[in-house]
Design a protein around this ligand. Structure first.
Ligand code: NAD
Length: 358
């Protein structure tokens, strides 16, 4: 059956990098019979400018009706003066909530060709391949009560609540275990069970859920140690599963191990496997419109879409191999350029990946 893909270019470099990912999807449709239909809609600042709303109803309707969403990036200085409730980022949060995207998958992969890009020594990071599975719709970012209140003595008090139901923990652990079965079969669950009861429950439920996955080697780590281990010996990890806030912080740390923000994709999935796929970087207003943004994170997001929503793992492998081929050929956008390679623009990279698939 034809799969529907909603394309949301967004702001800044979003339209430039998404155009290259669309070339790759089109090449898969022409060359490999990938049965897809693509439609484009507005989100973020572009939607604010056009219709005054960062997530128009029509966009959410189309997102709900599609099998997968490919997003560029949202935001930029133009919209920063706006009230926080109507900023471009609200479009993203609305999509996550509206589609029930509770599982955020962030790989941190360091291509050997780019080992010099990391601030860590090449032998520590070369060949790095970690996947962080972050809970995205619960925990302290959403828990009630929350706010800033005035106490009886007149002092202000800030308040947030870390809260998880066991079903929320179980479903994210299950996602991590299922994915780990297709990788190295090792999952490290990160918590702070020595201090926070909520994460003590997290650990208990992780252990219970693992019983259905006897081949998985489950370990546990406190978040402070995990932050340290990620820079000390990152290659010890295969899949990391953790809550919303710890995952927010650790996934940024892990991505920086690779030193190349323009290379890292992400996926956010719901219970039915529907997903939103996007590069981890933002709209890069400093280079927007110059044709020099790196489209590979977005193209690799297409590979994740093929693997996790479209059930086309062989095509996902092909896209990733094509990306490696382009790097092997020495083509580099400025963000990953090093002497001895060829400095090229966004479209040259996209064309080269699409051609490598042909
Ligand atoms: P950013 O990720 O946009 O940029 C950080 C730096 O990385 C910049 O120097 C940029 O030029 C560079 N960079 C990012 N992506 C690149 C690419 N593909 N190729 C080459 N270089 C790249 O982060 P920022 O500057 O903090 O944020 C800019 C805007 O993006 C803000 O409005 C922010 O709110 C928004 N943002 C959006 C998302 C999202 O849509 N998911 C995520 C983060 C930030």
């Amino acid at each position: 059956m034809t799969k529907k893909i909603l394309i949301l270019p967004g702001d800044g470099i979003g339209p430039e990098i998404v155009a290259e990912a669309v070339k790759v999807l089109a090449a898969l449709r022409e060359g490999y019979g990938l049965d897809i239909e693509m439609e484009e809609a507005l989100v973020g600042g572009a939607a604010i400018d056009a219709v005054g709303n960062p997530l128009p109803e029509e966009t959410l309707r189309l997102a709900r009706a599609s099998d997968a969403v490919l997003l560029g990036a949202v935001g930029g200085p133009k919209w920063e003066p706006l009230d926080i409730s109507v900023r471009p980022e609200k479009g993203l949060l609305g999509l996550r909530a509206g589609l029930g995207l509770f599982a955020n998958l962030r790989p941190a992969i360091l291509y050997p060709q780019l080992a010099d890009a990391s601030t860590l020594r090449p032998e520590v990071v070369s060949g790095l391949d970690i996947l962080i599975v972050r809970e995205l719709t619960g925990g302290i970012y959403f828990g009630q009560p929350r706010g800033i209140r005035i106490l009886d003595d007149g002092e202000r008090q800030g308040l947030n609540t870390l809260v998880y139901r066991e079903s929320e923990i179980r479903r994210i652990c299950r996602v991590a275990f299922e994915i780990a079965m297709k990788r190295g079969k090792r999952v490290c669950s990160v918590d702070k069970a020595n201090v926070l009861e909520c994460t003590e429950l997290w650990r208990q439920v992780a252990v219970e859920t693992a019983q259905a996955f006897p081949e998985i080697e489950l370990s546990h780590m406190y978040v402070d140690n995990a932050a340290m281990q990620l820079v000390r010996r990152p290659k010890q990890f295969d899949v990391i599963v953790t809550d919303n806030m710890f995952g927010d912080i650790l996934s940024d740390e892990a991505s920086m191990l690779t030193g190349s923000i323009g290379m890292l994709p992400s996926a956010s999935l719901n219970e039915t496997g529907k997903g939103m796929y996007e590069p981890i970087h933002g709209s890069a207003p400093d280079i927007a419109g110059q044709g020099i943004a790196n489209p590979l994170a977005t193209i690799l997001s297409v590979a994740m879409m093929l693997r996790y929503t479209l059930d086309q793992p062989a095509l996902a492998d092909r896209v990733e191999a094509a990306v490696r081929g382009v790097l092997d050929a020495g083509l580099r956008t400025p963000d990953i350029y090093s002497p001895g390679n060829q400095r090229v623009g966004t479209a040259v990279i996209g064309d080269a990946v699409a051609r490598a698939l042909g």
